[in-house]
Design a protein around this ligand. Structure first.
Ligand SMILES: [Zn+2]
Length: 116
C-alpha cells in the first residue's frame, strides 16, 4: 500500500510513488510558474515600499541629522518594517537603514533621521 498525497498545483489525489508531488508535467510547470509570478509580485511590492520609505526620509531630512515627530512618518504611510539594513552604534543605538538614509526611534514620539 503506497501512501498517496495531493498535487501541489491542483490538489488532486496522487497515486503511485509517494515522492510524487504533481499529477504531471503540466501541473509541475503551472506550479513553478505561479510561484515565480508570486515572487515577482512580492519583490515588486517590497521594492515600491522601500522606495517610498526612502522618499519620505529624504523629504523629511533637513540636515545630516534631523529630529522629527514619529507621526510625520506615520502620516506619510512610512512602513517601519521595510528596511535594507540595521546599524548598531557603540552606544547600542539601533539605526534602521533604508538605502542611503537611516532612522532611529529616539522615544515613543520622536525619530532621528540621518543621511547615511
Ligand atoms: Zn495536478
Amino acid at each position: 500500500m503506497v501512501e498517496s498525497g495531493t498535487c501541489l498545483f491542483c490538489g488532486a489525489t496522487l497515486h503511485g510513488r509517494s515522492d510524487k508531488k504533481y499529477c504531471d508535467d503540466m501541473c509541475r510547470n503551472n506550479y513553478h510558474h505561479n510561484n515565480k509570478k508570486d515572487t515577482i509580485i512580492l519583490v515588486k511590492n517590497t521594492n515600491a515600499i522601500l522606495l517610498q520609505n526612502r522618499e519620505i526620509l529624504r523629504l523629511l531630512s533637513k540636515n545630516n541629522k534631523t529630529l522629527v515627530k514619529k507621526c510625520e512618518l506615520v502620516n506619510r504611510d512610512f512602513d517601519f518594517d521595510k528596511i535594507t539594513g540595521v546599524h548598531k552604534t557603540k552606544k547600542n543605538e539601533e539605526y534602521r537603514i533604508v538605502y542611503d538614509y537611516a532612522y532611529r526611534l529616539v522615544n515613543e514620539h520622536e525619530v532621528m533621521l540621518i543621511k547615511y
